[in-house]
Write a protein that binds this ligand. Structure first.
Ligand code: G
Ligand code: G
Ligand code: MN
Ligand code: NA
Length: 253
């Protein structure tokens, strides 16, 4: 509980940061998107892992406000990059279950995009399988409303949850993100059979595919040979602060 209090306190004092990890469009060879990832600095120059504080933010309800702040920061960043000549970039923002339970969620997302004059197609909302399974009806209705308003939708960590495959057809998905667990061993004894199968399934459903956790040239070649659309991982870049992202992306202009 002390930790929740200091999270709320640090959030209210503007101490949380949004970092961004570039995403490579495998087909064009250009970085045309990024994932927004929250960072909570601790007192000794490091960070408290989101794996620890996101569950606390969810449990306490703070995630509703925090998640909206991440979206605002992301929109502002996209706008800023546009002014620097980096047009049409896509930003992926992770969405938690309590945000869907907030009855103003869809409206807030629409209004935030409007406020920052960001094209909804440039905003990708990432949800995990467990979010879908928590309350499929509620989530599908919200996603359909968001899709009607042109937002992009991605399923994150695909293959690690326990979602019914039937939801893949019911959800208005643009992209499927292959979890890095299935990329990890490729080139070091791992055969990549699951990655290959998920990419193939995704393609047959007409969805774009993002491979996460690409750490080697071998892994990039592997997914490229499978016609995977997007690559995200330390091989290209680790998550970085906004100013560094600008330099990184301007470097390819
Ligand atoms: O950045 P890192 O790999 O440490 O993130 C770990 C986990 O925290 C990821 O699964 C990511 O989805 C989650 N996470 C990071 N930022 C956010 C956020 O803004 N909102 C939500 N809901 N989850 C996030
Ligand atoms: O939301 P999601 O679970 O996809 O979160 C992405 C997380 O994965 C972030 O915390 C990010 O730091 C991490 N990540 C991104 N690329 C790599 C990678 O190549 N290797 C490893 N080990 N982690 C990665
Ligand atoms: Mn994610
Ligand atoms: Na993931």
């Amino acid at each position: 509980l002390g930790m929740i209090r200091s999270l709320v306190n640090d959030f209210n004092h503007g101490k949380l940061q949004v970092w961004y990890q570039p995403q490579l469009n495998v087909k064009t060879g250009r970085f045309d998107g990024m994932e927004a990832l929250l960072r909570w600095p601790n007192s000794d120059g490091g960070f408290i892992s989101p794996l620890i504080f996101i569950p606390l933010a969810e449990y306490s309800g703070l995630i509703v406000e925090l998640g909206m702040w991440v979206l605002e920061q992301s929109c502002e960043q996209v706008k800023k990059l546009e002014q620097l000549g980096l047009t049409g970039l896509r930003v992926a923002v992770n969405i938690s279950m309590p945000q869907f339970r907030n009855s103003n969620f869809v409206q807030n997302v629409i209004e935030t995009a409007k406020k920052y004059e960001v094209d909804p197609e440039q905003i990708e909302l990432e949800i995990t399988e467990s979010v879908v399974m928590d309350d499929p009806k509620l989530v599908i209705i919200a996603l359909e409303e968001l899709k009607k308003n042109k937002f992009a939708i991605a399923i994150d960590d695909f293959g690690t949850g326990f979602s019914s495959l039937s939801y893949l057809q019911q959800l208005p998905l643009d992209r499927i993100k292959v979890d890095r667990e299935f990329i990890k061993g490729i080139g070091e004894g791992g055969d990549g059979i699951i990655a290959e199968t998920v990419i193939s399934l995704s393609q047959k459903l007409g969805k774009e595919t993002v491979a996460e956790g690409i750490e080697t040239q071998f892994q990039l070649d592997f997914i490229r040979n499978l016609n995977c659309d997007v690559s995200q991982g330390y091989f290209h870049a680790k998550p970085m602060p906004a100013e560094q992202l600008e330099t990184f992306l301007l470097g390819q202009l």
